[in-house]
Design a protein around this ligand. Structure first.
Ligand SMILES: C[S@@+](CC[C@H](N)C(=O)[O-])C[C@H]1O[C@@H](n2cnc3c(N)ncnc32)[C@H](O)[C@@H]1O
Length: 237
């Protein structure tokens, strides 16, 4: 049973309270390469709108009281994470490699919603919550992250002409990314759901083929608030 009186409107209201409590100067410095505080100021209204839109499509696909592992979760995922916890009583592990970003997000959550059991966890999503598996994996703009995978990101978004691709670096990044996809896929129970952007789907299709597991992409695609990549859902097993 969800908490009485709670619906997406109430979730978005709570998400707004957390966003208002965040240290935007600090977040602006973390994302300085994207234009910092100004970048966020322009996108903030979309975080709630797009987050709720994605959450409304995602939640019916997930079991109540199940569990999610979100990789590289940040500000954009906040409304969805809250929706999972508050409306579906799901356990959510939101992993991110950046200590400072997790600290800022957790400070905002603790200030605005101390009663809600949601915190970001610093660490590699393959290793956090050791020994646990999940019925849902959320992975948005991780394999296309220009900071972690500059060459893969350029290729995925068509930003580099083929003649200029640094092939050796491309192969090295692709192997690292494959290892990450393998590690993440191993944490997903069957049947399970993967939420990911259109540009990242192929990493998981490859893992499913290698393990002989059925995988099917749903028709729904939802635009995201920050990076703008459309996000969809894969049914696994
Ligand atoms: C481009 S950001 C995406 C942020 C957010 N998902 C969004 O769509 O706005 C990529 C994030 O993935 C995180 N990341 C990369 N590899 C990771 C891993 N193995 N485990 C957890 N987080 C990871 C990075 O720390 C970074 O915060």
């Amino acid at each position: 049973m969800k908490r009485p009186g709670l619906d997406w409107g109430a979730v978005s209201l709570r998400a707004r309270r957390v966003l208002d409590a965040l240290d935007w100067q600090a977040l602006g410095e973390i994302y300085f390469h994207w234009g910092g505080e100004q970048f966020w100021r322009e996108r903030l209204p979309n975080v709630i709108t797009f987050g709720e839109r994605l959450g409304r499509v995602l939640l019916p696909r997930l079991d109540r009281k199940g569990s999610s592992l979100w990789v590289g979760a940040g500000v954009a995922e906040l409304p969805i994470l809250l929706g999972e916890v508050l409306l579906h009583e799901r356990a959510v592990v939101a992993a991110n490699l950046r200590q400072r970003e997790c600290d800022v997000l957790n400070a905002g959550l603790a200030a605005a919603l101390p009663e809600v059991a949601l915190r970001y966890v610093v660490g590699d999503a393959r290793a956090v919550a050791e020994g646990e598996t999940f019925d849902h994996l959320g992975c948005v703009s991780v394999f296309t992250d220009p900071e972690t995978w500059p060459v893969l990101s350029d290729v995925a978004y068509g930003r580099v002409p083929p003649v200029q691709v640094d092939v050796e670096r491309f192969v090295a990044e692709r192997e690292q990314a494959r290892t990450l996809a393998q590690g993440l896929f191993a944490r997903l129970r069957r049947p399970g759901v993967i939420t990911t952007s259109a540009e990242e789907v192929a990493w998981f299709l490859e893992q499913a083929a290698a393990s002989g597991v059925a995988i099917e992409a749903g028709d729904d695609l939802v635009e995201t608030a920050v990076v703008g990549d459309p996000v969809g859902f894969l049914a696994v097993g």
